[in-house]
Design a binder for this molecule. Structure first.
Ligand code: DC
Length: 228
C-alpha cells in the first residue's frame, strides 16, 4: 500500500464559477487521478440541512448531521443516503446555503476526514477553497485559479442559459460578489492564495490552455521533487 503522504495531490483553490471544477476534472482525467469536488460536499450539507429543517446558522446541529451523512460520488452522480441529488445541489439557493454553512468551524472539521479519504493512488486532483491550506497542506502542486468577477458571472450565465434556465446576468454577478466576500472574510479556512500556490488567471484563457498550464506545473513540480 502507498503511504498517503506519498500520493501526489494537485490542489486547485479559487472563487465560485472560476472554472476550477472543469479544469480539475480534465486534469484528473488526463492523468488518471481521482477527483474531489469539495464544494459539492458543502452543497450537500446545505441541501441535507434544508431537508431536515436544520438552520444554516445552527453550527452544532450541522456538525452532528454531517457525521451521519452517507455521501457517494458515483460515475458523475452525487448520491446522498441512496438518493441521486446531482442537480439539486447546483441551484442558486443551495449555492448560497453552501457558502453560509461553510463558515462554521465545527462543520468544516466534521467534513475533513471525508475529504482526506479521497487521497488514493495514483493521485488526486482536489478543488475548493482550502485544499492547499487546510485539507492537503502537503499537496505537491498548489494552484490558485481565478478570473475577474465579470468573466465568472458571464460563464455562469452562459451555463444556465445553455441548460434552458432563466438567468439574469446582473443578479448572478451580485450573488457571486456576495459569496466571494463571505468566503474571503470568514475567520476559518478563508478563500485565499497561500504563499506556495501559483496564481492562474483564466479570464483570457480557454479551458484547454488552463488545463495545459496546470499539467505543466504538475510535471515541473514532480520533476523538482524527484531531483531532491
Ligand atoms: O466550489 P463551489 O462553488 O461548489 O462551493 C460552494 C461553497 O462551498 C462556496 O461558496 C464555499 C464553500 N466551500 C468551502 O468553504 N470550502 C471548500 N473547500 C469548497 C467550498
Amino acid at each position: 500500500m502507498t503511504l498517503s503522504a506519498n500520493i501526489p495531490v494537485i490542489a486547485i483553490d479559487g472563487p465560485s464559477a472560476s472554472g476550477k471544477g472543469t479544469v480539475a476534472q480534465r486534469v484528473a482525467q488526463t492523468l488518471g487521478f481521482h477527483y474531489l469536488d469539495s464544494g459539492a460536499i458543502y452543497r450537500i450539507a446545505a441541501l441535507a440541512a434544508r431537508a431536515r429543517n436544520i438552520s444554516w446558522q445552527d453550527e452544532a446541529a450541522l456538525a452532528k448531521m454531517a457525521a451521519e451523512l452517507d455521501i457517494r460520488f458515483e460515475g458523475g452522480e452525487i448520491v446522498l443516503n441512496g438518493e441521486v441529488i446531482t442537480d439539486a445541489v447546483r441551484t442558486e439557493e443551495i449555492s448560497r446555503g453552501a457558502s453560509e454553512v461553510a463558515v462554521h468551524p465545527a462543520l468544516r472539521s466534521a467534513l475533513l476526514a471525508l475529504q482526506k479519504s479521497f487521497r488514493q493512488a495514483p493521485g488526486l486532483v482536489a478543488d475548493g477553497r482550502d485544499m492547499a491550506t487546510v485539507v492537503f497542506p502537503d499537496a505537491s502542486t498548489k494552484i490558485f485559479l481565478t478570473a475577474t468577477a465579470e468573466v465568472r458571472a458571464e460563464r455562469r450565465y452562459k451555463q444556465l442559459m445553455e441548460k434552458g434556465n432563466h438567468a439574469n446576468l446582473h443578479d448572478i454577478l451580485q450573488d457571486l460578489q456576495t459569496r466571494d466576500a463571505r468566503d474571503r472574510a470568514r475567520p476559518v479556512a478563508p478563500l485565499q492564495q497561500c504563499d506556495q500556490a501559483r496564481l492562474l488567471e483564466t479570464s483570457q484563457l480557454s479551458i484547454e490552455q488552463a488545463v495545459n498550464t496546470v499539467l505543466d506545473y504538475h510535471h515541473a513540480d514532480t520533476q523538482a521533487l524527484s531531483n531532491q
